[in-house]
Write a protein that binds this ligand. Structure first.
Ligand code: SAM
Ligand code: CA
Length: 219
C-alpha cells in the first residue's frame, strides 16, 4: 500500500507526533500560549514546522523570508534552524498577533535573527527588491492572505538565489481546491496551483502536509 499517500487517522497522527516531534521548550510554550487564541487554527502544526526546519538546514539557508507571522511559531521554528548569523525577514501587518510571539523568540535566544516588518508584505518585499536584495535569499515561507499569494510568489522568486526554496502553505485548503470555488481565496489558490504546475522556472512538489504544502525550488 505505497502507491498513494496513506490516510492519517487520529491514532496514527498521535503515533507520528510521539515518535518524531522534537521541540525547543520555547516552541512548546508558544504553541500553548497560542492555543487559546480565537485564530489559533492559523498556526502551522508542529510536525510541519519540524519538516520546514529540516528543509532550512538541508538548504544551508542563511537568509529567509516569512510572509504571515501570526503569533510567531513558524518564525521561531525557522529562526531556530538558521545559523547564528542567519536572518529571517518576517512580514506581517498585525502588531497584536506578532507581539504574542516576541517573548518566546527571546526565550529561545533567536530574537536577534528575526527582523519583523509590520507593513503589507508586498511593500516590504518590493522595498527589498528596490534595495538590491534580488537573488540574496535561500528560503521563503508564504502563509498570509491567500489572494496575495501569487504576487508574493513572484517577488520571492526574484529574491531567491538559484536553488532556493519557496514553501507555500494551505495549497490544498481543506480539500476545497478540488471542488468548484465559492470564494476568492479558493479561486486564488486554484489559479496559483495551476500556474505552479506549469511553471518551468521551478522544480515542484505539492505535499499533503498540514493543509497542503507546495515546495517550489528555483531553477
Ligand atoms: N505562519 C503563521 C504560523 O504558523 O503561526 C500563521 C500565519 S496566519 C495564517 C496569516 C498572517 O498573515 C496573519 O498574522 C495576518 O496578520 C497576516 N497578513 C494578512 N495580510 C497580510 C499582508 N497583506 N501582509 C502581511 N501579512 C499579512
Ligand atoms: Ca497557514
Amino acid at each position: 500500500m505505497s502507491r498513494r499517500t496513506l490516510q492519517i487517522d487520529d491514532v496514527l497522527h498521535d503515533y507520528l507526533i510521539a515518535h518524531s516531534l522534537r521541540e525547543h521548550p520555547a516552541q512548546t510554550a508558544l504553541r500553548e500560549a497560542t492555543a487559546s487564541h480565537p485564530h489559533a487554527g492559523m498556526q502551522i502544526s508542529p510536525d510541519q514546522g519540524q519538516f520546514m526546519a529540516l528543509l532550512v538546514k538541508l538548504l544551508g539557508a542563511r537568509r529567509a523570508i516569512e510572509i504571515g507571522v501570526f503569533t510567531g511559531y513558524s518564525a521561531l521554528t525557522v529562526a531556530l534552524a538558521l545559523p547564528e548569523d542567519g536572518r529571517l525577514l518576517a512580514c506581517d501587518i498585525s502588531d497584536e498577533y506578532t507581539r504574542v510571539g516576541r517573548p518566546f523568540w527571546q526565550q529561545a535566544r533567536v530574537a536577534h535573527k528575526i527582523d519583523l516588518h509590520l507593513a503589507p508584505a508586498l511593500q516590504t518585499l518590493d522595498a527589498q527588491l528596490a534595495g538590491g536584495a534580488a537573488g540574496q535569499y535561500d528560503f521563503a515561507f508564504i502563509d498570509a492572505d491567500k489572494t496575495g499569494y501569487d504576487a508574493y510568489y513572484e517577488r520571492c522568486l526574484l529574491l531567491l538565489r538559484t536553488g532556493g526554496l519557496i514553501a507555500i502553505d494551505n495549497t490544498l485548503w481543506s480539500g476545497s481546491v478540488a471542488r468548484p470555488a465559492r470564494d476568492a481565496d479558493t479561486a486564488a489558490l486554484q489559479k496559483l496551483n495551476a500556474k505552479l504546475h506549469a511553471d518551468a522556472r521551478v522544480d515542484l512538489s505539492l505535499l499533503p502536509v498540514g493543509d497542503g504544502l507546495t515546495l517550489a525550488r528555483k531553477r
